[in-house]
Design a protein around this ligand. Sequence first.
Ligand code: GN1
Ligand code: CA
Ligand code: CA
Length: 150
Amino acid sequence: MFAVLLFSLVVFTAGAAARCPLGFVNLGRSCYLFASTTVDFAGANSFCQFFGSRLVTISSSHEDHLIRSYLLRHGKGATYYIGGTDLRGEGIFTWERPHGKKLGYTGWKHGEPNNAKGHEHCMSMPASFHYRWNDVPCSRRYRFICERAH
Ligand code: GN1
Ligand code: CA
Ligand code: CA
């Protein structure tokens, strides 16, 4: 019996570890990389692609909750880029993946997006907003979150 339990534990642990590539964490149905490098939005996009992933698309309150809970525990008090912009039309935010898809679910902080100073076209999750969404200038250097399938 003990051997069976031990075997199950080893197999289960190995299985769980194999679900996401090194550096990615499994939350719900996807693998996420919470990058600690700070880069501008274009840089964040490139980094995610280099890692075989894309900037995160957050499609439901469930997914938003999983990511925010993770960040509240491990987020290092920072701001993280997520994968949406209104670069193609002011005030109309779309996801990078699938490209140009309008937001369905949104997790904006109350009062956002506000396009502050007329220069905020990229989406982020700042610790100071408990990781509710904010539009920020795309030129700022922030951490970022990548997503890929298992
Ligand atoms: C920040 O720093 P300030 O107050 O001009 C934030 C905006 C928010 C605003 C909300 C770069 O702007 O995106 O809408 O607070 N700017 C940055 O009060 O994070
Ligand atoms: Ca804008
Ligand atoms: Ca803003």
